[in-house]
Design a protein around this ligand. Structure first.
Ligand SMILES: *Cc1c(COP(=O)(O)O)cnc(C)c1O
Length: 402
């Protein structure tokens, strides 16, 4: 590493709060599926800013759209209408089939909004203020207090107790465990259609159908968190779309803005008509013209570049190539995932493997201690997958045979 890069890293360690154990690299720019560090070293990127840069780095049309919006107006206030927000909301309704949109600045805030929606919906029905939410073990919904409260990882929550309260945990894909937590105060069941941070666990078809039916019967809101698995990553625009069901409320973020910080929670008209009303919720930045110009261009480019078709084809190919690695190396226990949201499960911590891969010019990320997660740009090609496999295999040879 150059002295310059080391200097920036040292300075960062002096100035930033130590909430991340960062990899020892400063990325300066990106192009397509490649990143470049300060020393000019090139990396193939299979993280894409954690499932954010779906269209790759330095997409000219996307960049031009943002620049054009900057020259018009970056921010107004939600007390006024603005064109990009109208366009973005219309496009989101179209691709999701949901009816109403609230824009936030992040995924966690989208989850907060979804929780408030569910509580208000239940409150308007019975006037009680002790409603419960069922969430899943091993889930991840964000770091703010409400989102953290429904995050099924005690380690993330412990030091910050008490949580918002009245959250009960069940297991994804174990319908009976969900049923066992239902009471007359349950207002919502929230889960990720594919658990991301928790280890790349897709919801099973039967589980999805049963939860939908339970929610219909008891007028409980089904909230699907599509922040990581949505926006095309599984080969559908939203991961729930391949189950033939529809949530009452859903969240989106990450690839929604492809790099501009933005999220959203969406709901059906039925829920919108009987939940959050004027004065119940708000945000200064959420859905500002710049963020919404990004969303508009992202959705447009998804269609223009037929991103979903690429995810289906290249995702299947990635799955096959990872399965081959799983057969080749004893240290690989399993491969899980859908489309371009894949995980390779190891019998040991993966930190060393990821650092080895970085040295060789491949950017990877973990999901939990023992899983390497693959969340590349949705425009990657089979050649990129092959290139990745070559480097990963080298890294495994060096770490797994030890
Ligand atoms: C990343 C993530 C969040 C939190 O999003 P932030 O933008 O980091 O607040 C919530 N849910 C899921 C499933 C995520 O992957």
């Amino acid at each position: 590493m150059s002295a310059t890069m080391q200097k920036y890293i040292d300075e960062a360690e002096q100035a930033l709060l130590h909430t991340y154990n960062r990899y020892q690299v400063v990325f300066e720019k990106g192009d397509g599926v490649y990143l470049y560090d300060l020393d000019g070293k090139k990396y193939l990127d299979f993280v894409s800013g954690i499932a954010v840069f779906a269209l790759g780095y330095n997409n000219k049309e996307y960049n031009d759209a943002l620049k054009a919006q900057i020259d018009k107006i970056i921010h107004t206030s939600n007390y006024y209408y603005n064109l990009p927000a109208v366009e973005a909301a219309k496009k989101l309704k179209e691709i999701s089939g949901m009816d109403r949109v609230f824009f936030t600045n992040s995924g966690a805030e989208a989850v907060e909004g979804a929780i408030k929606t569910a509580r208000k919906y239940a409150y308007l029905k019975d006037g009680r203020t002790d409603h419960e939410i069922i969430a899943m073990n091993h889930s991840f919904h964000g770091r703010t207090m409400g989102a953290l409260s429904v995050t099924g990882n005690p380690h993330y929550r412990e030091a910050f107790e008490p949580m918002i309260g009245n959250i009960r945990f069940a297991d994804l894909n174990d319908f009976e465990s969900v049923e066992a937590q239902v009471t007359d105060r349950t207002c919502a069941i929230i889960f990720e259609t594919v658990q991301g941070e928790g280890g790349i666990y897709p919801a099973a078809e039967e589980f999805m159908q049963k939860v939908r039916k339970l929610c219909d019967e008891r007028d409980i809101l089904m909230i699907l968190d599509e922040i990581q698995c949505g926006m095309g990553r599984t080969g559908e625009m939203f991961a729930w779309q391949r189950y033939g069901i529809k949530p009452d409320v859903m969240t989106s973020a990450k690839a929604l803005g492809c790099g501009v910080p933005v999220g959203a929670f969406l709901m059906t008209e039925k829920v919108a008509a009987r939940s959050l009303a004027a004065g119940d919720h708000g945000t200064t930045y959420g859905g500002n013209p710049l963020a919404c110009a990004a969303i508009c261009k992202v959705v447009e480019l998804f269609e223009k570049q037929d991103v979903l078709a690429n995810v289906r084809e290249t995702g299947a190919y990635l799955g096959e190539r990872l399965d081959q690695l799983a057969e080749e190396f004893d240290c690989v226990k399993a491969r899980r995932g859908v489309g371009l949201l894949q995980g390779l499960v190891f019998d040991r911590p993966v930190g060393d493997m990821i650092r080895k891969a970085m040295d060789k010019g491949l950017v990877l990320i973990n999901a939990g201690a023992d899983i390497i997660r693959f969340v590349p740009s949705l425009i990657i090609t089979k050649e990129n997958v092959d290139e990745m496999i070559v480097i990963l295999r080298e890294s495994l040879k060096e770490t797994c045979s030890l």
